[in-house]
Design a protein around this ligand. Sequence first.
Ligand code: SF4
Length: 347
Amino acid sequence: MKKIREIKIGNVVLGGNHPIAVQTMWDKPIETVDVNLMKSINKLESYGCKLIRFAAPTIESVPLLGKIAEKTQMPLVADIHFDYKIALECMDYNIPKIRINPGNIGASWKVEEVVKKAGDTNTVIRVGANGGSLPKNLKKMENRAEAIVLAAEEQLNFLESLNFHNIVVSLKSSDIEENYYTNEVFHSRHDYPLHLGITEAGPLIPSVVKSSIGLSRLLKEGIGNTIRISITDDPLKEVIAANEILSVLKMNSTKRINLISCPKCGRSSFDTHTFTQEIQDYLYSVDKDISVAVMGCMVNGPGESEHADLGISGVGNSIAIFKKGEIIRRESACSAKEAFIEEIEKL
Ligand code: SF4
C-alpha cells in the first residue's frame, strides 16, 4: 500500500499508519460560545468525531472559534473564503488547520502571506477542488474528473512553489464515479493525505447511500485519510454515518458497539424504533467491541439475534433481556433501558 506523508493537526495525525479520522462541519453561524454549544460539540466528540470544521465568514467570528478551541479536545478547522485577513487572524488562535481556496483569496501575494504565516505557526492548509466550483480555465474541459484533479494540482503546485508542504487535499464531486476517479488519479500521483467526501450528497438516505458506495471503494484501496459524510441534516448524523462506514469496513480506530435492530413487522410487540432512539446516545459513545440487538418480538427476536452479545425484546410491560439468545433478566418497560445499560456495562 502506498505510504502517505504524515500531517499533524493538533492531536490528530493523518497519513502514515494513522487511522482514518472522522470529521464534520458545524452547520450554524457561531454567535456565542455557551454551555449548550459546547454540549453539542462534546457530543460530536463522544460519538467519535475527531476533527471539526467551522465556517469563519468574518474577522469577528475568529475569536469565537478560538474560544471553542480552548474548550474542546477536537482540533478545529476554519473554513475561509475571499478574505486572506481572516486566515491570518485564525493563526493567532489554537486553530491548527485552515481550509482555503487560493482561487478566491485574490492576488497571489495574499496567498503568499497566508502560506508564510501557516509555515511559521505550523498550521495545516487544506486545498482542493470541487466539481461544482472549478476555475474558469478548467470549466470547459470535457473530462470534468481530470479538470478536478488539475484544479487541485494547480493549488498544490503553488503552495509547493512556496516550499510549503503541510497540506491536506480534497477532491470532491457529487457524482460517485467522478469522485472515485479524481481521488484515485490524485493518489497515484501524490502522497498528501486526502480528505474524502461526496459533495452535496443530499438528505440523510441519499447521502448515506452515495457516500457508502462512493467512499468504501476508495477506502478499501487504501485511499483517504479523513472522511466527512456530507448530509443535509444534523452534523451528529454525519459522524454516525462516517463511523458506521468505517466499522463495516473494519477500519474504525476505536471500539464501537454494533447495533442490530429489527425493522418491526406485524408481529412486533416491542417498539424497537423508540427504544433504539432512546438508547442511541449511550450506545454510540461506548467504547466496546460488542453486538447489541433490539428486537421487536419475543417470537423471533431472541432467535434472530442469537449471534448478538446482548439483546432486548418484550411483550407489553414484560421486557426480556437475553444473552446469545437465552433470557437472563426480566424487567418492566420503565426499568428496561437502565437494566439493559447495566448488562452492557458488565460485558
Ligand atoms: S423480530 Fe419479530 S417484530 Fe422484528 S421483524 Fe422479526 S418477526 Fe418482526
